[in-house]
Design a protein around this ligand. Structure first.
Ligand code: SAH
Ligand code: SF4
Length: 396
């Protein structure tokens, strides 16, 4: 097939897909549920639609496309909870919208606050599953750590999220809602400016929903308006998806490397058996980085496993072809964990070797450890039985 034909047919397919999606939405007149996971009664959460899908939905009802921007601005910029408040949209249109769509907020099952000020949100989803997000106070701003899946299928040995297995992908609307709802919740002068996708799940295993959510989160005209420079997606290394992420978004990339030899990484992170270190770093070297940006390599330090001087030196030479900076994450322990965190002196020595070789290497002590909100400590669905008897913080 000629290249042009290919492009045209994929374009046609996109249009066809959107029509099918919108046609399905139109069936809602008869009361059918379209997105069961985010539907409230029989209505679809409007955040599941892209701008183009909303335009198409309006078009099918002879409503001008500029209305889509008005509606989206109300939802994301003005945090509207109902269509009624959209005073610059005709009453008749508002009525039709509210017959079909809801503007959903996540149910806050519990909010815990750490001694260091971090807040862990436990959200209950429409199908009764749970997911966690963590709000981290910095000096002048907040960082929000969001989830991309309920559970995770990657099975990394050190990670508590992995222990509960994979339950399901979050929808686009559920990913966006974590940011929209927490931003709404924050009072005071300190603003939420940074978003990291380092919560539960492997973002690149839920690629289209993650990219769809990023598009809205970073849309300055009709979306939530976050800077893509201040948004980071962290991956365990789904190599085939890396170039797609670089092509379709301009967010920062973080790679959970965590080992410098395949035999260690194979053991810690099963994904390495499919995509070994060399192929992962090759993909990183080819990654279409924005000017003046670097890829962040996350490296958990595990006592006696990956914390030797040789590891530090190998890390230096492995990362040489890449514009890289390194976050050293001392292992966050939890009850049933087999691993331990190295001594402080070992961590500092590891960092110094990297620094001496001209790498920016920062030791990241995760916040929120007292409420199990630190990296790798999120496990919403496993604490479910405990929650049902102790949900005293409900809807703070
Ligand atoms: N699935 C993605 C993003 C979520 S995990 C990924 O793996 O990158 C976010 C980070 O937490 C990863 O860098 C991971 O290596 C780290 N992590 C997982 N468990 C941890 C633990 N117990 N202590 C410290 N960091 C951990
Ligand atoms: Fe999944 Fe990331 Fe945890 Fe690995 S570290 S199990 S990829 S959430």
């Amino acid at each position: 097939m000629l290249c042009q034909d290919l492009i045209k047919s994929s374009y046609d397919f996109t249009i066809l897909y959107s029509y099918l999606n919108i046609a399905r939405l139109s069936v809602q007149d008869s009361g059918h549920t379209i997105h069961p996971m985010t539907a409230i009664s029989s209505k679809t959460d409007i955040k599941e639609l892209t701008r183009d899908e909303l335009i198409l939905w309006l078009k099918l009802r002879d409503i001008k496309s500029y209305r889509a921007n008005q509606i989206l601005k109300w939802i994301y910029l003005r945090q509207a909870d109902t269509f009624d408040v959209m005073t610059d949209v005709k009453k008749e249109i508002r009525k039709r919208l509210s017959q079909h769509f809801s503007i959903h907020r996540l149910e806050k099952e519990r909010v815990e606050t750490s001694q260091d000020g971090s807040k862990k949100y436990l959200f209950k989803l429409s199908d009764g599953k749970y997911v966690e997000s963590v709000l981290i106070p910095e000096k002048d701003y907040y960082t929000l750590c969001i989830s991309s899946q309920v559970g995770c299928a990657q099975g990394c040995l050190f990670c508590l999220t992995a222990k509960g297995g994979f339950i399901r992908n979050l929808t686009k609307g559920e990913i966006i809602a974590q940011v929209r709802d927490v931003a709404y919740d924050i009072g005071g002068s300190k603003r939420l400016t940074n978003i990291v996708m380092m919560g539960m799940g492997e973002p690149l295993a839920n690629f289209s929903n993650v990219v769809g959510a990023i598009n809205i989160i970073t849309d300055r005209d009709v979306g939530l308006g976050f800077s893509s420079r201040r948004m980071t997606v962290s991956t365990s290394g789904l190599v085939p998806k890396l170039s797609d992420l670089g092509r379709e978004t301009t967010v920062n990339l973080a790679i959970s490397l965590n080992a410098t030899e395949d035999k260690t990484r194979d053991m810690l992170m099963p994904i390495n058996r499919k995509h070994p270190i060399e192929s992962l770093l090759d993909a990183c070297a080819r990654y279409p980085l924005m000017p003046r940006r670097r890829i962040t390599f996350e490296y958990i330090l595990l006592k006696g496993i990956n914390d030797s001087e040789e590891d530090a030196k190998r890390l230096v030479s492995l990362l040489r072809p890449i514009q890289a900076k390194i976050n050293l994450i001392p292992f966050n322990t939890y009850e049933e964990s087999k691993f331990e965190c190295p001594e402080e002196s070992v961590i500092l020595h590891f960092r110094d070797i990297l620094n001496k070789n001209n790498y920016t290497a920062i030791i990241r002590h995760s916040k929120g450890q007292d409420i199990s909100a630190a990296c790798g400590q999120l496990r919403a669905n496993m604490i479910l039985p405990k929650l049902s008897v102790s949900n005293s913080d409900k809807n703070i």
